[in-house]
Ligand binder design. Structure first.
Ligand code: FMN
Length: 171
C-alpha cells in the first residue's frame, strides 16, 4: 500500500474485533511514529502501550462515551514531554512544539496502522488527571491522545471533507 492510499482509506474505527495484534505490526506502528519531523529533532513524546484489561478499562472510564477503548486489543497513549522541549525552545517548546511533534507522531502511527491492515481512532476527549493517575505518569508528561488499535469490526463510511477552496486561500 502506498502512502496516498493509506491516507485515503484511513477511517476512525470505533468497534474492534477481539484478538491479538501481531507484535510485528505493533513494532511497525511504533517505528513509523518516530519518523516524523520534530522541532530540533527532539521527539518530546512517549507512548504507553496498553494491553491489559484493567488499564484499558480505566482509560475507557477516563474517556466518557468511549467504551470501545476497552475492546481494542492495543491502546496507545501518546504523552507530550514539555520539559524536554522547554530545555531547548523555552515556552514555545513547552506550549507549542511538543504538541505539534506529538500530533505528527500520532498521525504517522495511524497511517502505519492503516498500512498494516489495522484500524484506529484518535481520542482526545478524556479526563487528563484520570489518565495520568491510571498510567502513573511523572516528570510533567501529559497524555494528549489515546489511540485504540485493532481489526475493525465493520467497514466505516468516509466522513465528508472540506473543499480545496475551504482550506486553501491563494494570496
Ligand atoms: C484532535 C482530535 C481529537 C479527536 N477526538 C476524538 C474523540 O475524543 N472521540 C472520537 O470518537 N473521535 C475523536 N477524533 C476523531 C475524529 O472524530 C475523526 O477524525 C473525524 O470525525 C474524521 O473522521 P475520520 O477520522 O474517519 O476521517 C479526534 C480527532 C482529532 C484529530
Amino acid at each position: 500500500m502506498d502512502i496516498i492510499e493509506a491516507i485515503q482509506i484511513r477511517r476512525s474505527a470505533r468497534k474492534f474485533l477481539a484478538g491479538e495484534i501481531e507484535e510485528e505490526k505493533l513494532k511497525a506502528v511504533l517505528q513509523v511514529a518516530t519518523h516524523g519531523p520534530s522541532a530540533g529533532n527532539l521527539h518530546p513524546w512517549q507512548t504507553r502501550v496498553i494491553r491489559d484489561t484493567e488499564t484499558k478499562q480505566a482509560l475507557a472510564e477516563a474517556a466518557q462515551g468511549h467504551g470501545f477503548l476497552a475492546d481494542a486489543p492495543i491502546v496507545l497513549v501518546f504523552c507530550i514531554q514539555p520539559a524536554r522541549s522547554a530545555e531547548r525552545f523555552g515556552a514555545r517548546g513547552a506550549e507549542l512544539f511538543c504538541i505539534q511533534d506529538t500530533a505528527v507522531a500520532m498521525a504517522y502511527a495511524q497511517l502505519a496502522a492503516t498500512a498494516a491492515g489495522l484500524a484506529s481512532c484518535w481520542v482526545g476527549d478524556f479526563d487528563e488527571q484520570k489518565v495520568t493517575r491510571a498510567l502513573k505518569l511523572s516528570n510533567g508528561d501529559r497524555p494528549v491522545t489515546i489511540l485504540p488499535i485493532g481489526c475493525p469490526a465493520a467497514a466505516v463510511a468516509p466522513n465528508p471533507r472540506m473543499t480545496m477552496d475551504d482550506v486553501a486561500r491563494r494570496q
